[in-house]
Design a protein. Structure first.
Length: 526
């Protein structure tokens, strides 16, 4: 009996030690993001039990196989935690199962991934070589005879799938008792990383298992009728630009803080600083989620919030939306979508049709001479120059939606001859410094776009809209280099509408979100 107990203690030493180290790794991950762990003891206990159940799987096999299985689980969990950290640093959010459908785009973001990886992350893997030596050494000896207490690891192992299935059935049967998913980071703060991923799997599975309930259409129509009566044709500026052309330029990572900003006495955005004087503009709340740029486009074109459980463009590409392109097409507009990148990116080829665009232009439509590209594709200046030649022609008004790709995180350094700012030692070579240099280059390119529209006689016939797709995702420490005021509600993106005759104009000081663009444009267009 004593020999058998001793043998089982040796067997338990490896998975038990791994559990302790994994708990340390979980605490390390929590220390790296701005949401300190405040889970209740019950949830911490569930996390510990889950780790024990996972690592006990190997106890149902021989020593070498069992230790190998424990090592595999340890490695997978370590890699999961590493991926969580990199995703959070890039998107200030936590990954979900549904975000895996966009994993094929990881290659395009490889430079950003390299930028956010830190030396401390190696601690997540530092124990794995040691466990390789331990797990694949010669077994410690033949198990003593007699009946082994196999029921212990078996019970632990079975508790994992049974517990998961019970939680899934419970959440589907009583959804009102499962917390509403408003914020992934908040979920992790209160339930821990492992339980967040378990809950995420449940949420994702429930969207596949549980059919969408039919909305109460009559009630919704009544809400829309009431809203229409309160801010409809009687509101100011309704239809003042009916029949005007519309150009929307979605500016990658364009926040509002560069407007009016000076670096060493020089304006970062002199063109925009003049443009805001004759435009209706606001510092809008970034309302994108896991869909990133695709969420920004969805919000601007539909006036709706994106789903919380993953990128809409991969979950609902076959839906036909009542989006701006469709609505304007029905009213005689020619609608056009333009992006100097691959149509497969964020499922854009399908989504352009779903939104109702008449035509779409992608990477193949543009020339890329040497020096015209940076990171993902065309810089703004050559993009705008070619874009002006691709605008729809004819007697009908047009709606054109242009997506830029320059100024993507981590904001690669521009060639010296294209840098417009003297940054100084505090900003030179930093993420913020590179961002400001690209913002200055973008501003100059926008000046050329305005001049091009004037030269074509379109300036006073066109509503020009400039919008940031999402926040820059720079850490607060970066912005602190310029002592920029922080926003406790989150970073703001630029939203600017320049109308013919500069009517309306002025800064909107009350809270504005990305969802406000579509109804505002429809109101101005009548």
């Amino acid at each position: 009996m004593a020999e058998q107990t001793s043998w089982w203690l040796r067997r338990l030493a490896v998975p038990a030690s791994m559990v302790v180290l994994l708990v340390g790794k979980l605490l390390l991950v929590h220390s790296q993001f701005h949401a300190p762990l405040s889970a209740r003891p019950f949830w911490l206990g569930v996390t510990l039990f889950t780790l024990c159940a996972l690592l006990s799987i190997g106890l149902n096999f021989g020593e070498r196989w069992g230790n190998g299985i424990a090592l595999l689980i340890n490695g997978l969990l370590s890699f999961l935690l590493w991926g969580d950290l990199q995703y959070y640093r890039l998107f200030t959010d936590w990954p979900s199962v549904s975000s895996l459908v966009a994993s094929h785009q990881l290659g395009a973001a490889s430079q950003s991934l390299f930028e956010v990886t830190r030396l401390i992350d190696l601690w997540l893997f530092i124990d794995l070589p040691f466990w390789c030596l331990v797990c694949f050494r010669k077994p410690s000896g033949v198990r003593p005879g007699g009946r082994a207490p196999r029921w212990v690891p078996l019970a632990l192992t079975l508790s994992l799938p049974l517990g998961g299935l019970s939680f899934l059935a419970f959440s589907l049967a009583r959804p009102e008792l499962v917390p509403i998913r408003h914020d992934n980071v908040e979920l992790i703060q209160y339930h821990g990383v492992l339980l967040y991923h378990a809950y995420d799997v449940v949420c994702y599975t429930s969207t596949l298992v549980r059919p969408l309930a039919a909305p109460p259409i009559d009630d919704n129509l009544e809400v829309f009728r009431t809203a229409r009566e309160s801010v409809g044709e009687s509101a100011p500026y309704f239809g003042v630009h009916k029949g005007a052309n519309v150009i929307v330029v979605q500016l990658e990572s364009m926040e509002s803080f560069p407007i009016g900003l000076k670096v060493n006495g020089r304006e970062v955005t002199p063109v925009l600083n003049e443009l805001v004087k004759t435009s209706l503009w606001a510092e809008a709340f970034d309302q994108t989620l896991q869909g990133s740029s695709s969420d920004g486009e969805f919000i601007y074109l539909n006036g709706l919030h994106p789903p919380t459980f993953g990128p809409l463009v991969y979950h609902f590409p076959d839906v036909r939306y009542l989006a701006l392109p469709k609505l304007l097409s029905e009213r005689g507009y020619v609608t056009q979508s333009v992006m100097p990148y691959h149509s497969r990116f964020w499922n854009r080829g399908l989504m352009d049709r779903a939104y109702g665009f008449d035509s779409s232009l992608y990477k193949q439509a543009f020339k890329e001479p040497p020096g015209s590209t940076l990171d993902w594709g065309l810089k703004d200046a050559p993009l705008f120059e070619q874009y002006l030649t691709l605008l729809p022609t004819g007697e009908k008004p047009f709606f054109s939606y242009l997506v830029t790709v320059m100024m993507h995180h981590p904001f690669p350094e521009l060639p010296a001859e294209e840098q417009r700012l003297e940054l100084g030692a505090n900003l030179e070579g930093t993420l913020l410094g590179r961002y400001l240099q690209q913002a200055a280059a973008r501003d100059a390119a926008l000046g050329s776009l305005v001049e091009g529209l004037e030269a074509k006689g379109l300036w006073e016939q066109t509503v020009l809209v400039l919008v940031g797709d999402h926040r820059s995702r720079m850490a607060d420490e970066e912005k602190a280099r310029l002592e920029l005021p922080g926003s406790p509600q989150g970073d703001r993106v630029l939203m600017l509408i320049r109308c013919p005759g500069a009517t309306p104009k002025g800064k909107v000081d009350h809270p504005v979100g990305q969802v406000d663009l579509m109804p505002t444009l429809l109101h101005l267009l009548g």
